[in-house]
Ligand binder design. Structure first.
Ligand code: JTA
Length: 603
């Protein structure tokens, strides 16, 4: 079938199927490309077909025919090794693996520039919450320890971070984290850990741990089934300390998207909730979000069952989320969490877990959970009907024939709730702004078109909801230096009409889909959720702000009031221009070359 349409001329060989999920097999591009050389292999981790396509595309790029780079598109060419590694680094060892990484990158045929030259790392010492590390003020180079200290405890009360990006100016990476930083001994002396995620490269993951922690028990919680589950087990087999736990997914098209680390230390426990898959590409040139918990101290023996709870009920909510897996293995982690003091937590946990929920259970997960939190803990604002909701995501599900079906009904009703009002009657005029990369965003990105391999909006879904695209705004992030680092982060917030204040901010794994956020069934008496998702919600009241809003940080790298919130992309969002189209991953883009001089031709 060949079609000329809104999105140009394209063909699909598979049948269009109707499904509620955001990604279905028929919508995944096959791995075959126009000009295959035959030498390339897929990634060693089981993952989506699209990711394999992106992987292979990097191995055998399709050069744009005129061979020239467009003048206005050049961030990747400007990458210089001299700009690399200037951000602070908390990795424990000068890793012999970095050289392998460089070889691997070159082997992939992508931009080899922008890799290597990791700086020497900070001296060891645990960064606890309440006392300075032993090396502080006494050991050189103390600057990096100071930076780490400030990041973890001082000038970042939100504990919200972005991942380090290769190939941007060092100043934009100050205060960002690589996975090796998170797993560094500076953050704690690891006893055991659990990694919840969607896509996992076990060999790569093990290498991200410092050598001294590589054989500590590691539990991987995933959602793979059948062949891909078997492949994951094969991959994990060589590592005797690695155990796998399959999350049950009993509802069709459900996915395990949750991205969380539980890090059990000799000194306590840390929880990390983030948006990156456990694969190298996700920690290379993308915009990803991370929330780091404080170091939670161990409760004294004989402490009450209820001890160590936070004002935000985080401990109970985390345990309740883990219990939803009904896994004996995860019960072991529930016991560990029970033994710790999580009372310093200032965020609310917001999860989704597959099921059909009724009665009081309805408000435990998804958008109704957000609705409840906003009603109970966020204040009403003057002229709140003119405060837009902004959603920003990296994939999109089928949202129905028009906005009334889900987006501007149950979903918007939840995101516009504030205070214990008896339903705002003016909800219908609350603006909704959606931020999703345009084709030009992807083309001009650091990764080029292969970045689109992590933006799996399919033509089959897109063509059914052209109405949605009128809500779209471009990805732009000059303030965080990440305009060319495509978002895999997902964020939602309520902003003032002038975009200088926000009433709340959520970072989550949840894309814009009914599978993730939930959808009413049975006339609103039941909430149905297909996938596992996890995020944290920042509310002004928990940060001692009585005004009911956070000021938005204007310059990420200046000394503004510490309680201004570091929104990771530019406000106000900029609408798509008439020529702009949303990135759709399974149609070709051959008219203009990307930053590596290549085209995108999925078959
Ligand atoms: C490409 C994906 C995630 C996630 C989930 C993805 C798909 C393709 C990237 C991704 N699914 N897919 O949870 O992070 O087709 O399912 O990054």
């Amino acid at each position: 079938m060949s079609q000329e349409s809104e999105h140009g001329k394209w063909t699909v060989s598979s049948s269009d199927d109707e499904s509620a999920g955001e990604q279905t097999n028929s919508e995944m591009p096959s791995t075959s490309l126009l000009q295959q050389t035959g030498q390339e292999k897929g990634p060693r981790y089981p993952c989506s077909e699209a990711r394999k396509a992106a992987h292979k595309r990097k191995a055998s790029p399709l050069e744009h025919s005129d061979g020239s780079f467009p003048q206005e598109v050049a961030p990747a060419q400007k990458q210089k090794p001299s700009q690399e590694g200037l951000g602070w680094c908390l990795s424990s060892s000068d890793d012999d693996d970095d050289e392998d990484d460089l070889k691997e990158r070159r082997g992939k045929g992508g931009a080899a520039a922008g890799v290597g030259l990791e700086e020497h790392c900070a001296p060891k010492g645990i960064l606890s919450n309440h006392k300075l590390p032993p090396s502080h003020e006494t050991t050189e180079p103390s600057d990096r320890v100071q930076d780490a200290w400030d990041l973890l405890n001082g000038r970042n009360p939100f504990r919200f971070f972005l991942t380090k990006v290769k190939g941007i100016k060092a100043k934009y990476n100050s205060g960002s984290l690589h996975i090796k930083d998170i797993l560094s001994p500076l953050f704690g002396t690891l006893v055991s850990s659990a990694q919840f995620n969607y896509c996992i490269d076990v060999e790569w993951l093990v290498k991200q741990y410092p050598k001294e922690f590589r054989d500590k028990p590691l539990l991987i919680i995933h959602g793979e089934k059948r062949e891909s589950k078997a492949a994951l087990h094969e991959e994990a087999h060589p590592y005797k300390n690695v155990r796998l736990c399959q999350a049950k997914l009993d509802i069709a098209f459900g996915t395990h998207h949750t991205k969380m680390m539980l890090l059990h230390y000799e000194e306590g426990l840390r929880v990390v909730i983030h948006t990156s898959n456990l694969i190298d590409d996700d920690w290379y040139q993308k915009t990803q979000g991370i929330w780091l918990s404080p170091l939670y101290p161990k409760l004294s023996l004989g402490a009450a069952e209820s001890a160590g709870e936070s004002r935000t009920n985080f401990k109970c909510d985390l345990i309740s989320y883990l219990r939803s897996y009904s896994s004996p293995t995860l019960s072991e982690w529930v016991e560990i969490i029970k033994q710790h003091d999580l009372s310093e937590t200032r965020v609310y946990l917001l999860g989704s877990t597959p099921g059909r929920y009724q009665g009081s259970e309805k408000e435990k997960w998804g958008h109704l959970r957000l609705r409840k939190l906003l009603k109970e803990h966020a204040a009403q604002l003057p002229d709140q009907h003119s405060w837009p909701v902004i959603g920003q995501f990296s994939s999109i599900g089928s949202l129905g024939a028009d906005q009334s079906k889900w987006l501007c009904s149950e979903f918007r009703d939840s995101l516009t709730s504030l205070g214990n009002n008896t339903k705002t009657l003016t909800n219908h005029d609350v603006p909704v702004h959606l931020v999703y990369p345009s084709v030009d965003n992807v083309r001009q990105s650091l990764e080029g078109y292969p970045a689109g391999g992590s933006l799996p909006y399919s033509i089959q879904t897109a063509q059914k909801q052209l109405w949605l695209h009128s809500y779209f705004h471009k990805w732009s992030a000059e303030t965080s230096g990440r305009s060319h680092a495509m978002p895999h982060i997902k964020t939602y917030m309520r902003s003032s009409p002038d975009f200088q204040k926000i009433a709340w901010f959520l970072v989550t794994s949840a894309n814009l889909s009914k599978a993730a956020w939930g959808v009413f069934e049975k006339n609103g008496t039941q909430m149905m959720i297909r996938s596992y998702e996890l995020g944290v919600l920042f509310l002004p009241s928990e940060f001692g702000l009585d005004a009911g809003y956070f000021q938005v940080k204007e310059n990420m790298f200046s000394d503004e009031p510490v309680l201004s919130f570091p929104v990771p992309y530019d406000l106000p969002p900029e609408k798509y221009e008439s020529k702009d189209r949303p990135w759709i991953w399974n149609i070709p883009y051959t008219k203009a070359p990307d930053t590596h001089g290549n085209m995108w031709v999925p078959k």
